[in-house]
Design a binder for this molecule. Sequence first.
Ligand SMILES: Nc1ncnc2c1ncn2[C@@H]1O[C@H](COP(=O)(O)OP(=O)(O)O)[C@@H](O)[C@H]1O
Ligand SMILES: Nc1ncnc2c1ncn2[C@H]1C[C@H](O)[C@@H](COP(=O)(O)O)O1
Length: 218
Amino acid sequence: MKSPNIPRNSVFAVAGMVGVGKSTMAHAIAERLGFQESLENVAENPYLERFYDDFERWSFHLQIFFLAERFKEQKHIFENGGGFVQDRSIYEDVGIFAKMHADEGTMEAVDFETYMNLYEAMVLMPYFPHPNALIYLEGPLPVILDRIEMRGRNMELQTPRSYWEEMYRRYEQWIESFTACPVIRLNIEEYDLLGNEADIELVIEKIAEKMKKTTPRV
Ligand SMILES: Nc1ncnc2c1ncn2[C@@H]1O[C@H](COP(=O)(O)OP(=O)(O)O)[C@@H](O)[C@H]1O
Ligand SMILES: Nc1ncnc2c1ncn2[C@H]1C[C@H](O)[C@@H](COP(=O)(O)O)O1
């Protein structure tokens, strides 16, 4: 197996729609590169089920919880000198989730403003270097919905299809104007990490290529 030309202190964030395959991808990249994984811990999230049960009541609590978690994670990555693959980025919390709930009226305007103030104060901290690349997973909505179904989290299965359709639409727009760091777009129909483990090499090649273009020579 060839050793990819990817700096050991790099940080990658895997982004994309719920169910698209981020955790699976983050795990495979981290394993292949010998990096640490920084995973979203759904089971230990005290608000997630309550949130899916009642968006209006819990959306602010959930966003604050995620913000605190991502901030701790960021500090951990910073203190360890990089070499991490993150499962989901902080940019999606604000650009997709918080904004969607504010626009849809399931987060109060005043709560969204408080959240944004906190978010902006946090991302201006030195603990918040941007990732070296955002690995964005995309694919057809029906395939993603099948994956959500196959994974079988009850709270997600009970959520109306219109919620996922709206999120999907927002992701498509959001990625077009995302500029915080270089983006590597991967179509989930062009590789199959579960069916063919060797496909991770295609992904690693794309990352190495992007790093070659974006890492300044010294
Ligand atoms: N390449 C793939 N082909 C088929 N199913 C996949 C693939 N990648 C992930 N899955 C499955 O899709 C579901 C969602 O994947 P997951 O990695 O948890 O997504 P996310 O972290 O984006 O929510 C899981 O059941 C996972 O096993
Ligand atoms: N910031 C968020 N707001 C609302 N819901 C969120 C946020 N971040 C993640 N989620 C939800 C979506 C899924 O149900 C789980 C885990 O996400 P996944 O894309 O499956 O890793 O948390």
